[in-house]
Design a protein around this ligand. Structure first.
Ligand SMILES: [Zn+2]
Length: 212
């Protein structure tokens, strides 16, 4: 029998935390980072410059803990920061990954192949239920995927969708895939309370509903 430990020969891998807005994705990412204080593992946390909500330099969990993050514009910039870090890190964490360019999937693979543990958190769908391609690519190659749910703010069921409120659409210019916002602009919704746009590709001709 081959000599293996509990993790086999695995050294680097990719874990994804995905789901809608208000599901606690960033909190879960920060919780996993926080656990590292019980080990000798060092980490770097990255956020996209497109996300202007955090002020760029710190990620804050809802219970008030702060984690220093590095704000980067392009996914490829992450590799440069990992190389020039003052200490050798073992974990590379990326929050709000849906805002990064599609190169992020290649960057995550490259890091994992070089023995880094890569933790990625982000939205899997935009406000119209369309996949964020950067995320779906990473979900495909990840070893572990955790899909979190929120609570539907209309009916209280489990929610997987993010609804962009009409008032925010009017104020901030329509239905672009990326529109930075929080509780003033978005709500978590279940499939049945979520509104699809007319342009959504699932809007086929009328279908008789299944019996429930
Ligand atoms: Zn609902």
């Amino acid at each position: 029998m081959a000599k293996v430990n509990a993790f086999g020969r695995q050294k680097g891998w990719i874990e994804v935390i995905c789901g809608p807005m208000f599901a606690g994705k960033s909190e879960e990412l920060l919780r996993r980072i926080n656990l590292l204080k019980y080990s000798e593992a060092k980490y770097l946390l990255f956020t996209p410059t497109k996300d202007t909500r955090s002020g760029g330099k710190r990620a804050k969990s809802r219970d008030g803990r702060e984690f220093t993050s590095i704000s980067v514009e392009k996914a490829i910039d992450i590799i440069g920061h990992v190389n020039k870090a003052s200490e050798i890190v073992q974990v590379v964490a990326i929050d709000e990954a849906q805002f990064f360019d599609e190169e992020l999937c290649n960057v995550c693979n490259y890091l994992a192949n070089n023995n880094y543990i890569v933790l990625v958190a982000g939205l899997d769908m935009d406000f119209d239920g369309n996949p964020f391609k950067t995320m779906t690519n990473i979900i495909t190659v990840a070893e572990k995927v955790t899909k979190l749910k929120a609570i539907c703010m209309t009916c209280g069921a489990e929610a997987s969708f993010s609804e962009r409120l009409k008032s925010a659409q009017k104020k901030q210019g329509g239905r672009d895939q990326i529109m930075i916002g929080d509780i003033e602009s978005y709500e978590a919704r279940c499939r049945h309370c979520h509104t699809l746009s007319k342009a959504n590709p699932w809007n086929f001709p009328k279908l008789r509903k299944a019996k429930v």
